[in-house]
Design a protein around this ligand. Structure first.
Ligand code: ATP
Ligand code: MG
Length: 377
C-alpha cells in the first residue's frame, strides 16, 4: 500500500464512527428477557435471571426484551391479556431494580428487524434440529399442547435466536431451561459468520467478530439457581403452570403457598420429590448455614418440624419481596401506567437503533443491501 494512504488510514478512525467490535470492547452487551404469559414474574425468574440482570447493569450495556409476539404462541386468542401482561412485566422489572435509564427495555413487536432476521435465520437451521430441541419438547408436554400447537410455536425457538443476535450481545443471563435455545443461537451465529462473512471454521468462537463476523458468539449466564422447582415439586416454577410464587403475591399468599408444599418422609432417601422443593427453597432463600443445618437434620432422620421451617422460609421470602411489592404497587396507578408506557416507547427508539444497524450489517453480508432504509418511531 502507498505510504500516504497508509498514513491517511491511520488517521481515519479518529473521524469515522468506531467499528462495532470496538464499541463492544468498551461495554459488552447483554440481552435477555421474558414472555408476557402472566401479569407478573416469579421467584424462579428472580434466582434464575433477574438477580443477574440487576447486578450487571453497570458493567454491561443491557437490553431486556419483552417477548410479546412469542406470547401469541400459547395465548393467540387473548390479545388484551398479553397487553396487560406486558405492562405487568415491565412493572415487575422496575420493581426488582432493573433501571430503564441505564438499560434498554425492548418491546419485541416494535422491532421489525427481529421478524426479518427470524426468517433469514430459519434458513440456517435444519427443521429436524428445531423440532428436537429439548426445551420445546418439555414445554409441549408440561403446557399440554399435544399435537395441535401452531406452526408459530416451534418457530419461536428460531425467533429467539433473532431476539438475541439482533443486539449482538456477549452474555445472555437465563435459567437452565433456556440452555438449548442459547446453544441453537450460538450455532446460528457461527453458521452466519462462516457462510456470509468469510469467517474460517477454525476461528475460535471469541475471535469471530475480529475475523469479520457480524455476530459475537454469545454465552449463557445461568443464575444462582439454575432451575427453581415449582410448588408442585414436578415441573420448574413457571408462569403458565399454576405452581409459582409471584413477586407481587401478598405476604399472606406467599405463606399459604409455602404451607401447601407436601412433605413426606421416606425411609431410604429421607424425602420424596415434593419435599425436595422445600429443601431447594431453603438453599435458595435462607442463609447457607441454616439451610445446611436443616439438610443435616433431614439426613440424620431427626424429627424435623416442617411447620417451623415453612414459617421461617415464608418470613425470608417475604423480606426479599416486600420492597419489590411496594415498588410494584406504586406503579399500579394512572401515573404509574403512563410512566410504564413512556419507558416502553423510549426503549423502542433505543432498541431500533442497534437492531437496524445489525440488520443492515447482516443484509450487507448476505448481498441484500439494495437500498438504505430508516424507520422512525
Ligand atoms: P412460561 O411458563 O410462559 O414459559 P416461564 O415461567 O418459563 O414462563 P419465561 O418467560 O419463559 O418464564 O422465562 C424467562 C426467564 O426466566 C428465562 O431466562 C428462564 O430461563 C428463567 N426462568 C423461568 N423459570 C425459571 C425457573 N423456575 N428457574 C430458573 N430460571 C427460570
Ligand atoms: Mg418458559
Amino acid at each position: 500500500m502507498h505510504v500516504a494512504w497508509r498514513f491517511l488510514l491511520r488517521l481515519l478512525p479518529m473521524h469515522a464512527s468506531p467499528p462495532q467490535h470496538d464499541r463492544h470492547a468498551i461495554k459488552p452487551r447483554i440481552l435477555t428477557g421474558d414472555t408476557p404469559t402472566h401479569t407478573g414474574l416469579h421467584l424462579g425468574h428472580w434466582v434464575g435471571s433477574l438477580e443477574n440482570r440487576v447486578r450487571l447493569q453497570d458493567e454491561f450495556d443491557c437490553y431486556f426484551l419483552i417477548a410479546n409476539v412469542h406470547a401469541f404462541t400459547t395465548l393467540a386468542d387473548k390479545p388484551e391479556q398479553i397487553r396487560a401482561n406486558t405492562l405487568g412485566i415491565v412493572k415487575d422489572w422496575i420493581a426488582v431494580g432493573m433501571d430503564p435509564e441505564r438499560s434498554t427495555f425492548v418491546l419485541q413487536s416494535e422491532v421489525p428487524a427481529i421478524a426479518e432476521l427470524t426468517f433469514l435465520f430459519a434458513m440456517l437451521l435444519p427443521f429436524n434440529k428445531v423440532m428436537r430441541n429439548p426445551t420445546l419438547k418439555t414445554e409441549i408436554d408440561s403446557k399440554g399442547l399435544g399435537d395441535t400447537y401452531s406452526f408459530g410455536f416451534p418457530m419461536y425457538a428460531v425467533g429467539q435466536c433473532a431476539d438475541i443476535l439482533v443486539f449482538r450481545p456477549e452474555l445472555v443471563p437465563v435459567g437452565e431451561d433456556q440452555e438449548a435455545h442459547i446453544e441453537m443461537c450460538r450455532d446460528v451465529a457461527m453458521k452466519f459468520n462462516q457462510m456470509y462473512c468469510g469467517v474460517g471454521n477454525r476461528v475460535p468462537q471469541e475471535g469471530h467478530v475480529a475475523a469479520g463476523g457480524v455476530f459475537p458468539i454469545p454465552k449463557a449466564k445461568i443464575g444462582r439457581v439454575a432451575r427453581l422447582a415449582g410448588l408442585d415439586g414436578v415441573n420448574k416454577m413457571s408462569k403458565s403452570l399454576g405452581n409459582a410464587i409471584f413477586l407481587y403475591d401478598s405476604a399472606k399468599d406467599v405463606q399459604k403457598k409455602i404451607n401447601k408444599i407436601t412433605v413426606v418422609a421416606e425411609e431410604s432417601t429421607g424425602l420424596v420429590a415434593q419435599s425436595h422443593v422445600l429443601l431447594q427453597y431453603c438453599d435458595a432463600f435462607l442463609s447457607r448455614e441454616r439451610a445446611e443445618a436443616i439438610r443435616a437434620d433431614y439426613a440424620e432422620g431427626k424429627n424435623v418440624m416442617h411447620g417451623h421451617i415453612k414459617a421461617e422460609l415464608g418470613e425470608a421470602i417475604n423480606a426479599l419481596l416486600e420492597p419489590m411489592r411496594a415498588r410494584r404497587e406504586a406503579l399500579e396507578t394512572a401515573e404509574g401506567e403512563a410512566r410504564v408506557l413512556e419507558i416502553i416507547r423510549s426503549g423502542i427508539k433505543r432498541a431500533n437503533v442497534v437492531a437496524e444497524e445489525t440488520l443492515a450489517m447482516s443484509k450487507r453480508s448476505m448481498k441484500l443491501d439494495f437500498a438504505e432504509r430508516r424507520i422512525s418511531y
